[in-house]
Design a protein around this ligand. Structure first.
Ligand code: PAF
Length: 290
């Protein structure tokens, strides 16, 4: 496996792969790899002859009070895991390499679907994500790119980005990986103390309650949200950022579920902000097709 830091070198490598006729899969990450990331690589490996993983903690998507400085980083361990998983190249540019000017003069701004959920509580976040992902697409020019469904809104944002800007990359969503008790796997889980880790299961359990109510015929947003909030607020360290039920495509909150919906939440456990979601209704593939 190769570790590349320079954009020019990345482009040279891509040129050679293209010359060989190989399809290229890109797995964009911020590193500190876990099982979720490795499941993206697994899918990328199956669908492409060459797999590039980017590892770049993107300052542009963090708010001033957020955890950019403290975001966990371990490049050596990441390279070992990436190699074992079958990644061909880890692309790890510096901030200076990635951003000629910082903050950049040109950014990518996505309207409407960023008004809700994380877009509402993290202003500028998706602009930062869309900008760096556009840059990665321009640098790597992959055939396919892989994103986890845990960041559901991010997946919709990226799908919208490639549609709106006619970027010739197929976007592949990959189901959420969970710990044994149901907690969604995330790089930020390392921030949790023992007690917080125990309490963090409330996100998953709230979503399961919601899904159960939905299966038993409940379609009203208020009831579903109330049940989720009640479960979360049983935990002393939990503070709710949002608990919402939205249309899977537009992300507009729905008052009654008639079309496939996503129950999504963001909860702080102590100082750690965690997100999770579950798809309600439609066929199972609503998630895959998101
Ligand atoms: O999901 C992430 O890790 C990041 O938001 C991404 C897509 C790599 C962009 O920095």
């Amino acid at each position: 496996m190769q570790l590349i830091h320079r954009i020019s070198e990345m482009r040279e490598w891509i040129k050679t792969e293209r010359y060989k006729g190989n399809k290229i899969g890109l797995v964009p990450t911020m590193g500190y790899l876990h099982e979720g990331h490795l499941s993206l690589v697994e899918k990328a490996r199956k669908q492409n002859q060459a797999v590039v993983m980017s590892i770049f903690v993107n300052p542009l998507q963090f708010g001033p009070q957020e955890d950019y400085q403290s975001y966990p980083r371990d490049l050596q361990k990441d390279c070992d895991s990436a190699e074992k998983a079958g990644v061909d190249v880890v692309f790890n540019p510096s901030v200076e390499e990635m951003y000629l000017r910082y903050p950049p003069y040109t950014t990518v701004c996505i309207e409407e679907i960023t008004k809700y959920l994380c877009g509402k509580s993290r202003p500028g976040h998706f602009q930062g994500v869309a900008t760096v992902v556009s840059k990665l697409f321009n640098i790597v020019q992959p055939d396919r790119a892989y994103f986890g469904q845990k960041d559901y809104q991010q997946l919709i944002v990226i799908k919208t980005l490639v549609e709106d800007l006619n970027i010739p990359v197929a976007i592949e969503g990959v189901p959420i990986k969970r710990e044994k008790d149901g907690l969604a796997v995330s790089s930020r889980n390392v921030y949790l103390s023992g007690e917080e880790r125990e309490q963090a299961v409330c996100l998953y359990e709230a979503l399961m309650l919601c899904q159960d109510l939905y299966m038993r015929g409940e379609r009203g947003r208020e009831k579903l949200i109330q049940a989720m909030k009640e479960r979360i607020l049983q935990e002393s360290k939990a503070t709710i950022d949002y608990v919402e039920v939205c249309d899977t495509r537009t992300l507009v909150p729905v008052s009654k579920i008639n079309t496939p919906a996503v129950a999504a939440l963001a909860v702080k456990i102590g100082n750690t902000r965690l997100i999770d979601n579950v798809i309600l209704g439609g066929d199972k593939n609503a998630e895959e097709d998101a």
